[in-house]
Design a protein around this ligand. Structure first.
Ligand code: ADP
Ligand code: MG
Length: 238
């Protein structure tokens, strides 16, 4: 596990500012949700933490260490995407083992890690299936399995449930929270859905137009919204 610090981070694409000086302290083992309307810069910030986007200004620290220039592979993070990004020609087992084989993990060790992830995610009976033979929820569990096998310091989730229907989305929120309670891995979770944010976050960061409007617990935001935007955003239906 590790804490993550975002210190005065700015991002420009070409000349256009997208993040205007963002500061967030993400405690070790917390489940922090970044929430805000589409286009406010959530994915960009997550991709910067992952090392998939450069930082225009400011610092990102993981476990107290500045990672601004560190390649993604060395960051000890694992990212779960909205579109699952599973390999269609690989079985569930192969999908979960693939990154371990790339990392030259001993096959016996890799097998044990896959078995553990399958047990945690109740995927044991599905290991020899292909992605097309799985439901949406099962695919999302495989995507999480691929993250879990790497034993990362930090999980990054980018709207992982937005392709699922409403009922399944609610069930998967609980699964992800149970996973977090079990593994206690520092998690940064991006969503535009304020109900998802309020039900899942220990700490919620409300963003708008590349700025942070408020950071706090669900109760803080509910009882003491910092401004009209937060009050309206948190109070409105999804
Ligand atoms: P969110 O995830 O909150 O919906 P994004 O981080 O995807 O928002 O995007 C924030 C803003 O940055 C948007 O205006 C988007 O168009 C812009 N943006 C994102 N990626 C790029 C890029 N590679 N080049 C130029 N503009 C980008
Ligand atoms: Mg996004």
């Amino acid at each position: 596990m590790a804490n993550v610090s975002i210190a005065s981070v700015k991002k420009r694409f070409g000349g256009v500012g997208v993040l205007h000086g963002v500061g967030i302290e993400i405690p070790d083992g917390s489940f922090t949700v970044l929430v805000g309307p589409s286009g406010c810069g959530k994915s960009t910030l997550l991709r910067m933490i992952a090392g998939l986007e450069s930082i225009s200004e400011g610092d990102i620290l993981i476990g107290g260490k500045v990672v601004n220039q560190m390649p993604p592979k060395e960051r000890d993070i694992a990212m779960v995407f909205q579109n699952y990004a599973l390999y269609p020609h690989m079985t569930v087992r192969q999908n979960m083992a693939f990154s371990l084989s790339l990392a030259k993990v001993d096959p016996k060790v890799a097998e044990a890690k896959v078995a553990r992830a399958a047990e945690i995610l109740a995927l044991g009976a599905l290991l020899d299936r292909y992605p097309r033979q799985l439901s949406g929820g099962q695919r999302q569990r495989v995507a999480m399995g691929r993250a879990i096998v790497r034993d990362p310091q930090v999980f990054l989730f980018d709207e992982p449930l937005s392709n699922l229907d409403a009922k399944l989305r609610v069930a998967m929120r609980s699964e992800i929270k149970e996973l977090h309670q079990r593994l206690k891995t520092t998690s940064i979770y991006v969503t535009h859905d304020q109900i998802e944010a309020m039900t899942m976050g220990d700490q919620i960061v409300v963003m708008r137009d590349g700025r942070i409007e408020q950071t706090g617990s669900p109760l803080d935001l509910y009882d003491h919204p910092a401004n009209q935007f937060v009050a309206g955003f948190i109070g409105s239906p999804a």
